[in-house]
Design a protein around this ligand. Sequence first.
Ligand code: SF4
Ligand code: SF4
Length: 319
Amino acid sequence: MLKDLLDNKKCFKLVCGAGNEDAKEVERLVTIYSLAGCNFFDLCAKPEIVDAAKRGLDRAGIKEDRYICVSVGIDGDPHITKAVIDQEKCVKCGKCKVICPHDAVIELDKYKVKKERCIGCGQCAVNCPKQAIEMVSQLQDYKEVLPKLIEKGIDCIEFHAISTDEKDVMEKWDQINQYFDGMLCISIDRSELGDKKLKECVKKMLECRKPYTTIIQADGIAMSGSNDEYGTTLQAVATAQLFQNAKMPAYIMMSGGTNTKSIELASLCNVEPHCLAVGSFARKIVKDHLLAEDLFTNKNKLDEAVKIAKSLVDIMVNR
Ligand code: SF4
Ligand code: SF4
């Protein structure tokens, strides 16, 4: 069970991308990482993406001890935003295409964002010299979306909120609790609230939950972990330490800027997360394999990808 993995601190979550609607890529990621021993998969909240992940598990021939989480968010949260280019302002300099970590910008006669590949990291918008890129929230109607996802057979729902609007956060949280009685994950952005308010908010959200039926995502800087450095993972460790010291009745998962250094740095700081979630870095190290047309027909290629993924997964699962 997912709970056992968390209790034993053996849980590794692959973040396929809360906004990643590329079913082919998700299927490949789940195949590679499940063969590498990853036991938890975080997906975009779309039924077709859950199907893609399940196809990945089938391909890997794995039926047990693999768990699926879907990510939902509230207005303004980067996990549910997509970049949109204003063609009137765009001067076709190409910077956004070069900088995009998820190959979501395409150049035809003009620069365009492929919506299904955009993960909302915002790097293009920050670096556009003409402020031609707007980040637009993809609002989700939980009443419509959640029953369809639950019907597919999911194990966890992760709730993302970058907001100081506590009323909005609590209303959405209550809705999720009404629909789903499985494991929930809280991911509240620290940067907007500060430590004190963050702890208060999470504590309040835990009031309606039974002990240890919730994961607190200790987020560093979301979608910042492409580089394998201590610096990128530092904030995730600091946030995990904050929650560990608060002794709340919930599991702690480190995420946001995580990489191969995360568990080592956490250990040096006496932080012991129950789960490590890795997104940008995990996807980056197998990027060439994800693009290979012969991934599923060339055994050597798949084995190679699994070996690379395993070097990351083992850091948590076999520590
Ligand atoms: S960085 Fe901005 S101006 Fe340059 S191509 Fe992209 S959207 Fe256009
Ligand atoms: S840089 Fe980030 S926000 Fe911009 S298009 Fe690429 S994935 Fe989307």
